[in-house]
Design a protein. Structure first.
Length: 146
């Protein structure tokens, strides 16, 4: 699978990441794996994505042949998005990513539940002076010396 000296323009992994990389593309594909959705359904399902970003990501996925956009000639216009056969091929990849992400989540949870060791007390840095007896400090009850 790993290719030495892979030309970035033709490296299969880099080409795949060019198509599905970005903040929202994989999440859009995940939503569409469940079936055809209208724009508003996708927007609600994605949560915090802006309308501009979602429209941009959908256009890019459509351009790359991952998503199909169907416009119904009615008023108001109805637009539905679905995965193409190429887009549906991403299902097993997303399943693998989900499994891998679950393993990372579990690993982080185990690490967070382990007690953290106390830092060892470090010895005082050498001062270059010999230890001397400390002078007593003045208290409020003692009169000042003259």
């Amino acid at each position: 699978m790993h290719q030495e000296n892979c030309d970035p323009a033709h490296c299969p992994i880099e080409v795949a990441l060019e198509v599905i990389g970005g903040m929202w593309k994989v999440i859009v594909v995940r939503e569409l794996l469940a079936g055809t959705k209208r724009y508003s359904e996708l927007h609600r399902g994605l949560g915090h994505v802006t309308h501009k970003m979602l429209a941009q990501q959908l256009r890019q996925l459509e351009r790359d042949g991952v998503v199909d956009r169907k416009v119904y000639p009615q008023v108001p216009p109805k637009v539905e998005y679905s995965l193409t056969p190429l887009g549906r091929e991403l299902g097993p990849l997303l399943d693998s990513m989900s499994y891998w992400g679950l393993r990372i989540t579990n690993r982080r949870a185990r690490a967070a539940s382990r007690p953290q060791p106390e830092p060892a007390a470090s010895p005082a840095p050498p001062t270059g002076r010999t230890p001397t007896a400390r002078r007593p400090t003045r208290t409020a009850a003692a009169p000042p010396r003259r």
